[in-house]
Design a protein around this ligand. Structure first.
Ligand code: ZN
Length: 94
């Protein structure tokens, strides 16, 4: 058997092991679906795109529900630009 033939048979063995292995599910049950919330706005001063939820104090400072809009509490919300430090007000929309 030449060196070349030995190399080939090794390659084939490796391939067989991969194919014969039982496929296990990647994720265990129950499968979850994860909510992701963003509250996106644009700084009127510098045009930076901001996610107001990046501010960890957002929920404490503003007593609003996720998705809340067109209510008294969801209007005139304080926003702050992390890029130019401009402060402005926003009305939440959904
Ligand atoms: Zn800005």
């Amino acid at each position: 058997m030449s060196t070349h033939e030995i190399e080939l048979s090794k390659e084939n063995q490796g391939r067989e092991q991969t194919v014969s292995g039982r496929v296990e599910p990647v994720v265990s049950l129950p499968i979850k679906a994860i909510w992701t919330l963003e509250l996106n706005t644009v700084c009127p001063n510098c045009g930076e795109h901001l996610d107001l939820l990046d501010d960890g104090d957002f929920w404490e400072e503003n007593r609003i529900q996720a998705g809340e809009h067109e209510t008294e509490q969801s209007k005139n919300i304080d926003a702050w630009c992390k890029e130019c430090e401009h402060e402005f007000k926003v009305d939440l929309a959904y």
